[in-house]
Design a binder for this molecule. Structure first.
Ligand code: CP
Ligand code: NVA
Length: 305
């Protein structure tokens, strides 16, 4: 029997990241003809926070692969009412073939991952969002033809999405600049680890606080909400802090002419991105959202088959 594996951090599947991107692209082309490789498999989807894309794309992904998804609102589980997280993971492992979990706290994610005997896939926590990063890399590959020599600039809050992107970019050899205010840089350990991986790969992971400088020659501009779920920063404070990091026509004019604009969504039009840019010719945000489905099929196939 092979050991079960998790995808909680991008690094958990570091050596297969390239293969996952290719598999997602293949499964996208084969949509409707999958031959039920996950026939009889059940995925439990535990949510502590709201979701549109993650919930729907995982449900559709496993259904189209022949399996079945269970949506679970964590606040309605016994786990929130006295049962330990460890016992919960052990019990769930007796019922289902995989667990997808969206958590507030990465420590809870790790506990579920460590105590479950079936694969645990992160649907986002406060530290990472690996499935988003995989869909993002599929999108970059489709739109830009590859990773080497391409430059992605992430603008705004150095959050979970940014952290996973740093790892994914470093692994695949994409140059990435995390352009964030000094007080909202990505996780320092992740930034350092990603920079080391990139060094070994001949690519570059750098930091900047200056969007006008960072966006020069960019192939991809990427942003996310300025206030993540569970972040108590007042809106007024965030609006001031991040104002200069908004993706708008001005920043777009600094990037390469064929630059694409990405956002993991949900977007706050008029904050981190203008409505004009989001609906404009550079935006690939809806293709990117669709790629969640194909990317997650690749993950489910690799971990649950
Ligand atoms: N991008 C993303 O994870 O979206 P949801 O919060 O809608 O799942
Ligand atoms: N950074 C955002 C991503 C939402 C998909 C959050 O954590 O709320």
């Amino acid at each position: 029997m092979t050991q079960k594996r998790n995808l909680i951090s991008v690094l958990d599947m570091k050596d297969e990241w390239s293969e996952l991107v290719e598999l997602a692209i293949k499964l996208k082309a084969e949509r409707g003809n999958h031959n039920a490789p996950l026939d009889g498999k059940t995925l439990a989807m535990m949510f502590e926070k709201p979701s549109t894309r993650t919930r729907i794309s995982f449900d559709v992904a496993i259904t189209e692969l022949g399996g079945h998804a269970l949506y679970i609102d964590v606040s309605k589980m016994q786990m929130g009412h006295g049962e330990t997280v460890e016992d919960t993971a052990k019990v769930m492992s007796r019922f289902v073939h995989g667990i997808m979990y969206r958590a507030f706290d990465y420590k809870m994610m790790d506990k579920i991952g460590d105590n479950s005997s079936v694969p645990v896939i992160s649907g986002l926590d406060d530290l990472e969002h690996p499935c988003q990063a995989l869909a993002d890399m599929v999108t970059v590959k489709e739109k830009k033809g590859g990773f080497r020599g391409r430059k992605l600039v992430y603008l705004g809050d150095g959050n979970n999405v940014c952290n996973s992107l740093l790892y994914a970019a470093a692994i695949l050899g994409l140059d990435m600049v995390a352009c964030c205010p000094a007080t909202r840089m990505p996780n320092a350990e992740i930034m350092l680890a990603a920079a080391r991986i990139a060094d070994a790969n001949g690519s570059r992971i750098t930091a900047s606080h200056d969007p006008a400088e960072a966006c020069v020659d960019a192939d991809v501009l990427y942003t996310d909400t300025w206030i993540s779920m569970g972040d108590s920063t007042p809106e007024e404070t965030a609006l001031k802090l991040f104002k200069m990091y908004q993706i708008n026509d001005g920043l777009l004019s600094i990037a390469k002419k064929d630059c694409i604009v990405m956002h993991c969504l949900p977007a706050h039009r008029g904050q981190e991105i203008t409505g004009d840019v989001m609906d404009g010719p550079h935006s690939v945000v809806f293709d990117q959202a669709e790629n969640r489905l194909h990317a997650q099929k690749a993950v489910l196939y690799k971990l649950l088959k």
